[in-house]
Design a protein. Sequence first.
Length: 247
Amino acid sequence: MAQWMTGEVVENYAWNNELFSLRVKVPEPFEFIAGQFVRLGLQEGEQRFQRAYSLVNGPQEPILDFLVNRVHDGEFSPRLHDLRAGQAIQVSQPPTGFFTLNEVPEGDSLWLISTGTGIGPYLSMLSTMIPYERFKRIHLIHAVRYADDLAYQAQILDWVAAHPGQLAYQPVVSREDSAGALRGRIPALILDGQLEKALGDTLDANAQVMLCGNPDMIRDAKQVLADKGLPKNLRRKPGNVTVEHYW
Ligand SMILES: Cc1cc2nc3c(=O)[nH]c(=O)nc-3n(C[C@H](O)[C@H](O)[C@H](O)COP(=O)(O)OP(=O)(O)OC[C@H]3O[C@@H](n4cnc5c(N)ncnc54)[C@H](O)[C@@H]3O)c2cc1C
């Protein structure tokens, strides 16, 4: 059974009008594996709201960090969007989920593919030494609609500089041209070889792929990868593609 602790918002950082990072201080530190999520909850009179959110911070960091997109007609995310420093928020315990690197089999390359807020679990993973110790090449791919949705770029570029030749970052922007970014949808960019070309690497049997975010992207990318000989990774039948759906 999940327990709840009361945290305090220390910052609500706006990347743009819709995308924000909610930073929360909790009364006691808790352990989690990079890639896991918690539920955030708000009580309004008799009404209680709660939803799942991935932890973006590394397990070693004391302030919890959540990257959230305001869904305009959504029930919960607009309420999170309105929170300000000093306000209370409920955080479920313990953190849960299997979208973690210890569920990913061995391989030469690790492809961390996300849409929108789905980059969150990868940021937590990349703040630990685990991916760098396990994989020769790591590709972080972030697909968004507009360039100003490319959150955490400064942090990512610091990691790229700290792991030259090992970590690469490839933004993908679908609705406008942006310097250094590919344009289009992930499944199409895999299918026509543009993603592999941009990263100078091959999606073959030695690749491990993680997919996180929009379920349409995950469904279509899974199909394109299966057609290339990269099956879904299941506990009972290890494969190459590990997924986390956000809705
Ligand atoms: C394991 C897990 C981890 C998650 N982690 C995150 C996270 O780190 N950040 C985050 O923003 N959301 C995350 N979500 C989604 C989150 O739980 C909520 O569904 C989301 O915030 C919308 O809630 P809502 O009440 O505002 O919308 P609802 O009234 O519940 O409406 C849901 C609809 O909103 C849309 N939607 C849901 N999530 C998103 C999103 N992230 N971006 C764009 N559209 C969306 C979909 O169309 C969905 O059908 C996660 C979900 C799961 C299952």
